[in-house]
Ligand binder design. Structure first.
Ligand SMILES: [Zn+2]
Length: 263
């Protein structure tokens, strides 16, 4: 059998060969390892999966295993801007799997120990009550709101420095996606929108989101930050942007599309 592509993580970091993350502007081939190149620790959390017909495996190493591997740690978020999209996709899946695996230890219903399930390949089965637990995916929306030539930028209280992003939030139980967008915009900015249009989605393993990206038009109301989650709002033209998210996120993609006049 073909040797699998390995994606290694430790905590929030992806593990890469030393020097991979050196900043020289060049895009790297990809974050995958071949097992022949590594002395893999036994007992690491592991999940095998297939990506476009290729055998892959996600591994999560503890601190000591990561230190002993000779590999370099890089926050996954930074790696998103370092590699080509196609090379990153299996790494993002791997990250989502190890994030889930780390918490898929005991059954949430009865506390029994979970084991890999032979029949449901992606699930973990409870050894006491038999319930099968699957990886959790949390849908969230993000929206670029247009008003004339401007778009609305929001500074989240948790963002570093004076970085701005876009209005975003998680889908609540019982809500449609359209309702989520309207609610998040209303809660965070006080405005109403119209002309909601879906553009694309992105798996966002921090730790388990699926981001659904939209555009919409300002309809009414004055933009006022809620003062809790959002501390500042700005209407900006494409030639006068604030500090924006680094490459790799769908938020940045929306801004880039706005700047090049595509949305
Ligand atoms: Zn159980």
């Amino acid at each position: 059998m073909e040797e699998p592509e390995l994606y290694l993580f430790s905590g929030p970091d992806i593990l890469l060969p030393p020097g991979t993350a050196a900043i020289d502007g060049a895009r790297r081939l990809g974050p995958a390892h071949r097992s022949g190149d590594l002395a893999l620790p036994s007992g690491a959390l592991r999940r095998d999966f297939e990506w476009e017909g290729r055998a892959c495996a996600a591994l999560s190493l503890d601190e000591a295993q990561a230190a002993g591997s000779g590999l370099e740690r890089l926050p996954l978020r930074q790696a998103l801007g370092l590699f080509e999209d196609a090379a990153l996709r299996p790494a993002i899946k791997a990250a989502a799997l190890v994030n889930w695996l780390a918490g898929a230890v005991h059954c949430g219903a009865c506390g029994g120990l979970l084991v890999d399930d032979d029949h449901e390949s992606s699930g973990r089965r409870c050894t006491i009550c038999g319930r099968v637990h699957f990886p959790r995916i949390s849908p969230a929306v993000i929206v670029l709101i247009r008003r004339g030539e401007e778009a609305l930028f929001a500074r989240n209280a948790r963002f570093p420095g004076r970085r701005f992003g876009l209005v975003a939030g998680f889908v609540d139980p019982g809500e449609s996606i359209e309702e989520t967008v309207a609610r998040e915009v209303r809660e965070e900015t006080g405005i109403e929108i119209s002309g909601l249009r879906y553009l694309r989605s992105q798996s966002w393993p921090f730790p388990d989101s699926l981001m659904l990206a939209f555009t919409a038009a300002w309809a009414s109301g004055e933009a006022r930050p809620d003062g809790k989650e959002i501390v500042e709002l700005l209407w900006c033209r494409p030639d006068a942007l604030p500090s924006i998210p680094p490459p790799g996120s769908v938020a940045r993609w929306l801004v880039d599309e706005f700047v090049r006049g595509a949305i």
